[in-house]
Design a protein around this ligand. Structure first.
Ligand code: NAI
Length: 242
């Protein structure tokens, strides 16, 4: 077991998986949170262990505070510390506002925004005792600029950005840094069914979608490489918005 532990939510695939692997390469033991796909989570754990650090999968629903509290308590009991938290888990339930029902609104707010509150609460207590820690919240460019069909998602991501800045101000004196990454279009399961991809590509200065590894590099910068950046939102979007 190493001296350093990172908890990554939604780490069985996509951006979360890439972040978990990147942090493992930096020598962190990794807690791989996942919602349902045990096989994918086990594969992530296996790939991380191959890098020479410890990894363990914890199945819990980040939108359920009881589930979160029970599992974070188990993690803290076993490992005694949490150095990095990546609040990555997220979903989309897109629809035009006029058609958006409460179920779609609540599902996205609960999974993408309330989850960050639920997970950060017990984790920050541990970080405060350690007098050190880094949190990175996975926002989105649409949380800054808005997007048609994503009133729920952009509200949740904008909320995460406000949450990031407030926590950074509250926790800086305890040597806990809190930042956000705002990805643009990244090739993952979340975006695989997007229509009119060519139209989106025309809007991106670099004319290509990003990879989960592009986001993981930014997460590593904020969580590991720097010690004097807090309260920031790093847009990683290939120049989608300049
Ligand atoms: P993905 O759909 O491939 O992965 C999402 C992960 O979150 C999965 O591992 C899923 O199991 C997990 N998850 C969902 N609900 C959960 C719950 N209730 N409890 C625990 N885990 C849960 O999507 P992707 O693209 O990897 O997204 C990761 C994050 O990046 C999300 O927060 C997303 O909003 C954000 N993002 C993605 C962009 C993209 O273009 N792919 C752009 C901007 C932000």
């Amino acid at each position: 077991m190493s001296e350093k532990l990172a908890l990554v939510t939604g780490a069985s695939r996509g951006i979360g998986r890439a972040c978990a692997i990147e942090l493992a390469k930096c020598g962190y033991d990794i807690i791989v949170n996942y919602a349902g796909n045990s096989e994918a989570a086990a594969k992530t754990v296996e790939d991380i262990k191959a890098l020479g650090v410890e990894a363990e999968a914890y199945k819990f629903d980040v939108s359920n505070s009881k589930d979160v509290n029970e599992n974070v308590a188990r993690i803290v009991e076993k490992y005694g510390r949490i150095d990095i938290l990546i609040n990555n888990a997220g979903i989309t339930r897109d629809d035009l506002f006029i058609r958006m029902d409460e179920e779609k609104w609540n599902a996205v707010i609960n999974t993408n925004l309330n989850s960050a509150f639920y997970v950060a609460k017990p984790v920050v207590k541990v970080m405060m005792k350690q007098r050190s820690g880094a949190i990175v919240n996975m926002a989105s460019v649409v949380g800054v600029y808005g997007n048609i069909g994503q009133a729920n998602y952009s509200a949740a991501k904008a909320g995460l950005i406000g949450f990031t800045k407030s926590l950074a101000k509250e926790l800086g004196s305890r040597n806990i840094r809190v930042n956000a990454v705002a990805p643009g279009f990244i090739a993952t399961d979340m975006t695989k069914d997007l229509k009119n991809t060519d139209e989106y590509l025309k809007l991106i200065s670099l004319r290509k979608m990003g990879t989960p590894e592009d986001i993981a590099a930014a997460v590593k910068f904020l969580a590991v490489d720097t010690s004097y950046v807090t309260g920031q939102v790093l847009e990683v979007d290939g120049g989608l918005v300049i």
